[in-house]
Design a protein around this ligand. Sequence first.
Ligand SMILES: Cc1cc2nc3c(=O)[nH]c(=O)nc-3n(C[C@H](O)[C@H](O)[C@H](O)COP(=O)(O)OP(=O)(O)OC[C@H]3O[C@@H](n4cnc5c(N)ncnc54)[C@H](O)[C@@H]3O)c2cc1C
Length: 340
Amino acid sequence: MGLTRDFFITLSQNQALNSAAKRWGLKLGAQSVVAGTNIEEMIASVKKLNAQGISATVDNLGEFVYEREEALKAKEEILAVIQAIHDHQVDAHISLKPTQLGLDISYNFCLENLREIIEKANQYGIFVNFDTEDYGHLQPTFDLIDELSADYNNIGTVIQAYFYHSMENIKKYKDFRLRIVKGAYKEPEHLAYQDKKDIDENYIKLIEYHLLNGKFTSIATHDHHIINHVKQFVKQHNIPKDKFEFQMLYGFRKDLQLQLVKEGFHFCTYVPFGNDWFGYFMRRLAERPQNLSLIAKQIFNKKTNTAIGVGALALILMRANKKRKKHTAKQRKCSGNYKK
Ligand SMILES: Cc1cc2nc3c(=O)[nH]c(=O)nc-3n(C[C@H](O)[C@H](O)[C@H](O)COP(=O)(O)OP(=O)(O)OC[C@H]3O[C@@H](n4cnc5c(N)ncnc54)[C@H](O)[C@@H]3O)c2cc1C
């Protein structure tokens, strides 16, 4: 069976598996890339990073929330994370997803939840980043930024290079601290580049523009080609090291993370934690199926987890395969109709 990007993205959006995974605890190797299930474990991970000269952006995992109670719970948890960052005086800020705070329930409800979070973070001088999700949530996320930035300046967001229109957004939000990424979701051809070469080219253009014209740039990638290009570019243009940082995800390319710190660059690790890890983890597999070795190690190294690991993986693969077959059959039917 070909394990493709689409396959894992489909899994990441599967509601049943996302709910089930919350009950499993960290399984399938997710603990290699998720920094624990509670605040204590997350703070311990952040302290270790800080000791190595790395700052953290903390994501209390959660997305695609459709119940008010769940969104309010997420808000309370993020407020507790802000308190913990302050109490422990760790070098960390917040990353959040608007759908976690109720964007799919009501725009105003989400706005008020965000306002409370940003207000508290602002009191402690903590920055809050709005992660960008799939295209359907992109404009509402920018609307939230527009509205909240009238009152607060401790917020920023993410620009996804696969979108054709991302240069317009980079220009519009040049006075914000921006994280620039390639983009993690499956987007249609009429909205987004599909080829890696095109995405990489646009990614470099966006980074260069923001480095030259923007406030502060977080270059979030594991791609050493892009990182090497940025190193050359900042040298050529005398861009000071306090105008940008590199970011990578927790658990990925640790040697390269430490190497960049050693070279004197600012470095920030994205630290996800919590029970809602499934969608996040599946997107990481979508980006790089080699990450499946994380699953393999987990299943084969820890005897106690073998049964649950194999069972869960089998369930995932069976359900996804079934869904994929159904999808393919539907597509065939549609294209058949179209041809007629
Ligand atoms: C800190 C951070 C925050 C993010 N926030 C968002 C967000 O808000 N919204 C969003 O849509 N996406 C986000 N992403 C995900 C991002 O959009 C990409 O999907 C993801 O980073 C994969 O692209 P890449 O740039 O890392 O390189 P890729 O295109 O995946 O990889 C390019 C090359 O880099 C090398 N490489 C990559 N990974 C590894 C590895 N683990 N080990 C060895 N070599 C490797 C390989 O040579 C590979 O061919 C975020 C990513 C990071 C790092």
